[in-house]
Ligand binder design. Structure first.
Ligand code: AMP
Length: 209
């Protein structure tokens, strides 16, 4: 199954994407995670992307689209994927459509995970992340249980960058909801609730389609 998770930062796409993918035995493809991996490994792509990411801006479409194409052409994505963080604007949505058309497929569902800005700002400002493995934690946690690394606040989870990311989401990414609604593959899910509640809501919405 080929699923896209759309939604603002802090709506829970990462957590829900990983669970949806695990249940279906397909990869969870999160473009933000892949980009942060490039920054950590100091690759050429990471060097180009870092400034945009730290400021909470979008990395240029050509870089992200080429990176995604390489990832979706890996054998493990042949049976399906849960895509999280892509597309972020209409050019990326068109690029994804063309990319899937080349391999003779299309999206099965687009889940729009919806939440109020207030809730998102609250959640994001309480998020800290392991700089080694990228896992997110709550601000009260001190070190990563997996590798012992002290947790830090992501540059783009600081207040100015959070505001910029939400503005970009509303102006560039939110219009994709209408794009996918017109395509007939959109399901809307309320993202306010516990991780388990939201997960069950998504599964139910997908089953009811
Ligand atoms: P995320 O973890 O999805 O919030 O992504 C973190 C950052 O990576 C974003 O704020 C962007 O700078 C960059 N990024 C991730 N996905 C994309 C994308 N599809 N297009 C452009 N930039 C992206």
């Amino acid at each position: 199954m080929r699923i896209v998770l759309l939604g603002p930062q802090g709506a829970g796409k990462g957590t829900q994407g990983a669970r949806l993918a695990a249940r279906r035995g397909v990869p969870h493809v999160a473009t933000g995670d892949i980009l942060r991996g490039h920054v950590r490994r100091r690759t050429e792509l990471g060097a180009k992307a870092k400034g945009y990411m730290d400021r909470g801006e979008l990395v240029p479409d050509d870089l992200v689209t080429a990176m995604l194409r390489d990832r979706l052409l890996q054998p493990d994505a042949a049976r399906g994927f849960v895509l999280d963080g892509f597309p972020r604007n209409s050019a990326q949505a068109e690029a994804l459509k063309s990319l899937l058309a080349v391999v003779g497929s299309s999206l099965d569902a687009v889940v729009s995970l919806e939440a109020d800005d207030e809730l998102l700002v609250q959640r994001l400002s309480k998020r800290v992340t392991c700089p080694t493995c990228g896992r997110p934690f709550h601000i009260e946690d001190v070190q990563c249980p997996d590798d012992g690394t002290p947790l830090v606040q992501r540059e783009d989870d600081k207040p100015d960058a959070i505001r910029r990311r939400l503005q970009i989401f509303h102006s560039r990414t939110a219009p994709l909801v209408a794009f996918y609604e017109a395509d007939g593959c959109l399901v809307r899910v309320d993202g306010d609730g516990s991780m388990d509640e939201v997960f069950e809501r998504i599964e139910k919405a997908l089953a009811d389609r």
